[in-house]
Design a protein around this ligand. Structure first.
Ligand SMILES: Cc1cc2nc3c(=O)[nH]c(=O)nc-3n(C[C@H](O)[C@H](O)[C@H](O)COP(=O)(O)OP(=O)(O)OC[C@H]3O[C@@H](n4cnc5c(N)ncnc54)[C@H](O)[C@@H]3O)c2cc1C
Length: 474
């Protein structure tokens, strides 16, 4: 982007849209954000009912320094806007046979925990985590920090040095294959396979290089937003306002106007808003299939598989469960079958892995006394017009019976309040195609390269950010 002052319109105020608005305003551009909802934050919204507060979407925070960076760029102290703390147990894993494994973020403690449960030598776990850290360090600048779609990326010294390490990067295996080779205990394999779900992928298909995701929690740490995840977009919104960004809520953008291969502006109903540059934080599918004129559709590769979606039950619970912590996983008995079912696309697995997030463990005001706010989520296929009402009824029963079995309780008696979100709501509330949580999946070796770049090759002045474009969400 040229450095002279430009008129820039950002479509969407998800975390991606807010972050780019801040970056551009810091550079002195005139930035306006158009958001179809009446609030900023997109998927990272929150709601409160009867004394319970819930984060609607993301719950686990890694790499918080990426958020801090935005405040530093603006010459501000991040702590004045957004505070977070590290957690020493990133997740507690429960198995049907009663085994519990505590996912300590400290590699040494975690290796001791694994040794206690499965006799896997501590040095094997430490070595595995070190290897994942190495893969992350070697590939991070290419896959997360650079464009994969610019030739100059491939001519940098760093990329050349990374290329020399290709034989050690597990590029040609699946996550599960590497994890199963490394650990003989299925429970431990399941823990490491689960990191595929952090970007909506399938560990039996996703390339093993994604095992490096575990490095974020076990080597760099897991974090907790002290006042809830929704304070990420809230604090960025505040910063953007201070930097002079103008926000237009209830403003659904209908069209991106292009003339002679160059951005002209936006159309919202009958109004035209002129712009030199447009940045889309919308799902890339809709950019090509709704916002741009038909002639540009050929520039979009349509057949990329979407990431998985989710059904979430937000429950106000009138009891405190001491055996649970902030992040909890109740694993399915057969992970492979569960993913085959998600891949199949029509059904929900009968014994799904259940994720329970309870922020009131730390934020006391998130639930009334002696109560907890449960965010109960299962991974499901993206929306392709399944009978969700029927599937929700069925999965609710199965989730409840799993919770009762594993936690030895009768949870139905403790549910004071319930709200349910499914792929249809995710699609309509955040305009995410098919309700996919993370845009396209990362299930093949080439997924990262096929994901849409952050710029348009055909339209001057058109850029993209957010979970559906490079480097992807999660
Ligand atoms: C249930 C759930 C759990 C998740 N868990 C995690 C997690 O634990 N960790 C993690 O890192 N990530 C998680 N994610 C993903 C994470 O929420 C997103 O990657 C993140 O919020 C960034 O979103 P985004 O910037 O792509 O924009 P989005 O949040 O998708 O926002 C896009 C915005 O654009 C607006 N918009 C779209 N089209 C238009 C238009 N035409 N005109 C005007 N406005 C428009 C939408 O209204 C929306 O506000 C989760 C997501 C969900 C739904």
């Amino acid at each position: 982007m040229e450095q002279s002052k430009k008129k820039i319109s950002v479509i969407g105020s998800g975390i991606g849209g807010l972050a780019i608005a801040v970056r551009l305003a810091v550079k002195g551009h005139e930035v306006q954000v158009f958001e179809s909802n009446c609030y900023p934050g997109g998927k990272a919204d929150e709601f409160s009912v009867s004394g319970f507060r819930f984060d609607k979407g993301p719950s686990l925070l890694t790499m918080p320094e990426k958020i801090d960076e935005l405040f530093y760029l603006a010459g501000k102290n991040p702590k004045d806007y957004f505070s977070y703390s590290s957690i020493n147990e990133s997740c507690r894993y429960f198995y049907d046979d009663g085994v519990i494994i505590r996912g300590f973020t400290d590699a040494k403690l975690f290796s001791e925990e694994i040794f206690k449960i499965s006799n896997i030598p501590k040095k094997d776990t430490i070595e595995y985590l070190r290897k994942n850290a190495f893969i992350f360090k070697t590939t991070n600048h290419l896959f997360l920090e650079k464009s994969l779609h610019k030739l100059k990326t491939y001519f940098s010294v760093k990329v050349f040095l990374s290329a020399l390490k290709i034989p050690w990067l597990n590029l040609f295996s699946s996550m599960d294959r590497i994890n199963s080779k490394k650990f003989f205990d299925k429970k431990i394999v399941q823990i490491f396979n689960r990191f595929a779900t952090y970007n909506g992928s399938d560990p039996y298909l996703a390339p093993a290089v994604l095992n490096s995701i575990s490095n974020l929690e076990f080597n760099r740490g897991a974090f907790f937003a002290d006042k809830g995840m929704s304070t990420i977009p809230k604090s960025l919104y505040k910063l953007a306002l201070e930097l002079g960004v103008k926000f237009n809520f209830n403003s659904f953008v209908d069209q991106i106007k292009v003339s002679n291969g160059k951005i002209e502006g936006l159309a919202i109903k009958d109004a035209f808003i002129a712009a030199d540059i447009v940045v889309c934080n919308t799902d890339i599918y809709f950019v090509y299939n709704k916002l741009l004129a038909k002639q540009f559709r050929l520039n979009y590769k349509k057949d990329q598989p979407r990431s998985s979606s989710a059904i979430i039950f937000y429950w106000g619970i009138n009891k405190v469960f001491k055996q649970l912590q902030i992040h909890n996983i109740l694993f399915s008995k057969n992970y492979k079958e569960e993913f085959e079912c998600i891949r199949g696309g029509n059904e929900i697995y009968s014994d799904p892995t259940v994720y329970i997030n309870i922020t009131s463990k730390r934020i006391k005001s998130d639930a009334p006394k002696q109560s907890e706010n449960w965010f109960v989520m299962i991974n499901v296929p993206h929306n392709s017009n399944q009978d969700w009402d029927k599937l929700i009824l069925k999965s609710r029963k199965e989730i409840i019976s799993k919770i009762n079995r594993v936690l030895n309780c009768n949870i139905e008696d403790n549910i004071l309040f319930e709200r349910v979100v499914d792929p249809r709501n995710i699609e309509t509330d955040t305009h995410s195609f098919k309700g996919a949580l993370y845009g396209t999946s990362s299930n093949t070796r080439m997924s990262a390269f096929f994901r849409h770049p952050n710029f348009s090759k055909n339209i001057k002045g058109l850029y993209f950010c957010g979970g559906s474009v490079h480097p992807g969400g999660g």
